[in-house]
Design a protein around this ligand. Sequence first.
Ligand SMILES: Cc1cc2nc3c(=O)[nH]c(=O)nc-3n(C[C@H](O)[C@H](O)[C@H](O)COP(=O)(O)OP(=O)(O)OC[C@H]3O[C@@H](n4cnc5c(N)ncnc54)[C@H](O)[C@@H]3O)c2cc1C
Length: 357
Amino acid sequence: MAGLGVAWRLAQAGCAVTLFDVATIPAQSGAATWASGGMLCARLEMTGAPAPLAAFALGARAAWPAFAAELDRGAAMACGFVERGALHVSFGRERTGAPGPGVERIDRAAALRLEPGLADDVSEALWAPGEAHVDPRWLALALLHACRMAGVAAEPETRVNRLVEQNGRVTGVLTASGVRAFDHVVLAAGAWSAGLLRVSNLPGPGVRPVKGEMVSFAADPRAMPAARLIWTDACYIIPHADGRVLVGATQVESGFDASLDRDRVDALRDAAIRALPALGGLAELERFAGFRPASDDGLPLLGGVGPEGLTLAGGQFRNGILFAPLVADAAAQHVLQGRLPEIARPFAAGRFTEIAA
Ligand SMILES: Cc1cc2nc3c(=O)[nH]c(=O)nc-3n(C[C@H](O)[C@H](O)[C@H](O)COP(=O)(O)OP(=O)(O)OC[C@H]3O[C@@H](n4cnc5c(N)ncnc54)[C@H](O)[C@@H]3O)c2cc1C
């Protein structure tokens, strides 16, 4: 999805852009975007985050309304962006954590006014009115439509076997049909990005896959069990406009093993039903997993590494959907002007190779 965003921005700037994906676009098997919840939580997700990351999250959240509106126009397709806030509920005698900026503690009655379907033993909640969500699958499809309408040539089911370097400059990519020459290459292969650098004998940061498992329920879109994001200490619940209610997510370090652990996913389902009992009456729709792209310091990886002609757009870990508008702008600016915008500079992908040098 990062690749779609950057491709769209570059095509809008007048570049001839070709987009490769080893799978269908948007990719469904293991790709983080297809498996994502779509939360845009610049507050609840950033508890304890380093200041530059928290600022990036707030900047991205602020960019979302205009990004979604532009995308809706550019793709003639909605991406399911909803600004209704998030509740982090607690049960019985549990206390919710301390409210930070943009978050307030509310009692049970106030929580029920927001979400009448909450369980009987929900005792209080943290209320973050500025949080939002988007349907990540609609988002990816809308970005693909917008890319096509802006002139991007999409080549699905085309694996990039390696990046091609000549005399200190990346000059193209190697696919099964041979070398394809380009003035500039953007590497946005999610959890697979480090592997591509490695097989290309190029320097670069580590990126590892962190599996996230999810489960979804099928609700009647006319009678949703909830309208807004609901968090507990054990899960989060995301109601999407088409009736899919997503529940996530585990965080498992097991390489590229995409298998689903029944007990872990059952635990997510049960935790969600505990908070929102109406979910127990709905059919389970799907269980799925994706690989979050995690850098060695947990921060995004943007801009150049090593040779000229190469830009990274990766390392978004748990928040790549939230970060999408800023990642697209930052990577496009790096391609066009050779530098990152101020807000993205703490995430310069060269930080690891520069330290090593
Ligand atoms: C379960 C789960 C829940 C999440 N929930 C949220 C959330 O609520 N909010 C949020 O902001 N973020 C969330 N995230 C994180 C977010 O989904 C990711 O940070 C983001 O989607 C990463 O996007 P990406 O485009 O970099 O990677 P991906 O979406 O993984 O895309 C990488 C693409 O590269 C392609 N590719 C790989 N190798 C090659 C190759 N050799 N040649 C060609 N193509 C290749 C793949 O097919 C794929 O399409 C979640 C992630 C998971 C797994």
